[in-house]
Design a protein around this ligand. Structure first.
Ligand code: NDP
Ligand code: 2IT
Length: 445
């Protein structure tokens, strides 16, 4: 790392003790930014990095709720409003027991650069709760969402902060959150949340957008080597929103997706994952991958182990942070991998990224490759602002243009800074310069 940035890094780490995922995300970005500071001494003089690493506002709140038996539970709610240089804070809400401030800050920090790369007018933020939705009834989920919004509503708004989904938060939760926001404020403020249902202000393609976008980004990377998805053998992790639509898109481009996973294990389906069955099991029935294996002849469910043991030419990690480590990366490489695109946020550890890059694997980092979700959220905001709704084809076309644009900007930025083919450098510098310029233009903020 550039020595001028080391002191800033040390201060950030010391000021935020114990937040190891936030540290990891900060270090990964700083490692790319030395050359930018050679060309832009004004970023150092203006202490842009010091400011960028300190969220504009952090909100932590109590979320009390009752289960179906009348028992009281207390969870912790978070919203980190990280940076509004380019637009209102924008980013998802995650409901998962592992959520704490360090996770929300890593996600919010990544979101700043991702959102800048989309070219849309959106700042960066993230939120969530350590609430565990697993095994909870619809009524319990609703009561939790209503309690969560009873505090959150005073901090958000279409011009202020616009949450959406992430792990554990999908269309059902956005519905309950929107209903409670409307009830408290007495405003039908469509643009306050994205990922809404189609009949009440949502955008077509938003559910598919992250997974589709990840595959479109990977396809653009493959094209630079004269290849495509056609005939590739793809391994996916996760089996939630991002994974399911990544699988569907990859198969529509001629690939065979042979494996996907959840937190209990993985399935191998040599004939190619049956997306309709996977969606029925995971999205409609909210079941487990064992249910898929039981209903799909020829598929196997493997308990424990790692989905990355399965041989593939393209890997799409679409579950969670740090799910793919250096050993898994080495195994994938030795099994013939040619490309990785991150549907999840920071799924590859730093040593995994080094293994991929040293082996010359095409590697698309999450802040570029999974930006299609938030970009389509921005398209939803655009439709809400004009009280319009676009067709699936038009919206998908916009998503495709945005993803191709992100790919090309990352590639061009990497070339410009002497790191051809390095999408990590391209994404970090491309996102950073846009935000840094806007921050300087807006004075000391
Ligand atoms: P979902 O809740 O729909 O699905 C999450 C999937 O990941 C599930 O299969 C889940 O398994 C698995 N998973 C979650 N946590 C863990 C864990 N600790 N260990 C192993 N498996 C785990 O979430 P999404 O599909 O929306 O999100 C997946 C990833 O994509 C996240 O990193 C998210 O930040 C990122 N992302 C999401 C976007 C979106 O638009 N939704 C946009 C951009 C990025 P199980 O059910 O067993 O817990
Ligand atoms: O990580 C992400 O980009 C998301 N979870 C989507 C955020 C959004 O506002 O659509």
């Amino acid at each position: 790392m550039d020595s001028r940035l080391e002191a800033v890094r040390d201060t950030v780490l010391a000021r935020n003790p114990g937040e190891k995922e936030f540290h990891q995300a900060v270090i990964e970005v700083f490692e790319s930014l030395g050359p930018v500071h050679d060309r832009h001494p004004e970023f150092l003089e203006g202490a842009v990095l010091e400011r960028l690493c300190e969220p504009e506002r952090q909100i932590i709140f109590r979320v009390p709720w009752t289960d179906d038996a009348g028992r009281v539970h207390v969870n912790r709610g978070f919203r980190v409003e990280f940076n509004s240089a380019l637009g209102p804070y924008k980013g998802g809400l995650r409901f998962h027991p592992s959520v704490y401030l360090g996770i929300v800050k890593f996600l919010g920090f990544e979101q700043i650069f991702k959102n800048a790369l989309t070219g849309m007018p959106i700042g960066g933020g993230k939120g969530g709760s350590d609430f565990d939705p697993r095994g909870r009834s619809d009524a319990e989920i609703m009561r939790f969402c209503q309690s969560f919004m009873t505090e959150l509503y005073r901090h958000i708004g279409e011009y202020t902060d616009v949450p959406a989904g992430d792990i554990g938060v999908g269309g059902r939760e956005i519905g309950y959150l929107f209903g409670q926001y409307k009830r408290i404020t007495n405003r039908y403020e469509s643009g306050v949340l994205t990922g809404k249902g189609i009949s009440w202000g949502g955008s077509l393609v938003r559910p598919e957008a992250t997974g589709y976008g990840t595959v479109i980004f990977a396809q653009e990377m493959l094209k630079t080597r004269g290849q495509s998805f056609d005939g590739q053998r793809v391994v996916v992790s996760g089996s939630g929103n991002v994974a399911i639509h990544a699988i569907a898109k990859a198969q529509s481009l001629g690939a065979t997706v042979v494996a996907c996973s959840d937190s209990a294990g993985y399935i191998v389906d040599e004939a190619g994952i049956d997306v309709a069955l996977l969606s029925q099991v995971k999205e409609v029935e909210r079941g487990r991958l064992t249910d898929y294996a039981a209903r799909r002849p020829g598929s196997n469910h493997v308990v424990g182990g790692s989905v990355w043991d399965v041989t593939g030419t393209v890997a799409l990690p679409c579950a969670t942070q740090n799910e793919l480590d250096g050993d898994a990366a080495a195994k994938l490489v030795s099994n013939g991998l040619i490309a990785v695109a991150e549907g999840a946020n920071m799924p590859s550890t730093r040593s995994a990224v080094s293994v991929f890059q040293e082996a010359g694997i095409l590697f698309g980092p999450g802040k570029a490759a999974n930006a299609g979700g938030v970009a389509t959220s921005a398209l939803e905001m655009q439709q809400n602002a004009s009280r319009d709704s676009w067709s699936f084809e038009h919206t998908e076309q916009r998503l495709t243009e945005i993803m191709v644009g992100i790919h090309d900007r990352c590639a061009a930025t990497a070339d410009e800074y002497g790191a051809p083919g390095n999408y990590v450098v391209g994404a970090n510098i491309g996102g950073f310069v846009k935000v840094a310029d806007a921050m300087l233009a807006q004075g000391l903020i």
